[in-house]
Design a binder for this molecule. Structure first.
Ligand SMILES: [Zn+2]
Length: 69
């Protein structure tokens, strides 16, 4: 399952959650306040980073620990 980033609209806590792709767009429950108002944020993972520079490198933002911080 892919990891999606969510942000709670109640307490604005950002967190990551493993979800089935078909449920990714649905609001999920916040681990902090418990409200089911957390919406998915656009993730940089596995999307075109750096706007297509023409390089031949693999996407650096994918995989555990490979995220830009
Ligand atoms: Zn919350």
């Amino acid at each position: 399952m892919p990891i999606y980033e969510y942000r709670c609209e109640s307490c604005h806590t950002a967190f990551e959650k493993l979800r089935p792709m078909r449920e990714a767009e649905q609001p999920t429950d916040c681990p902090r306040c418990g409200n089911t108002v957390a919406k998915k944020e656009l993730s940089v993972c596995c999307m075109s980073i750096a706007g297509g520079g023409g390089g031949n490198s693999m996407p650096a933002g994918c995989g555990p620990g490979g995220r830009f911080t």
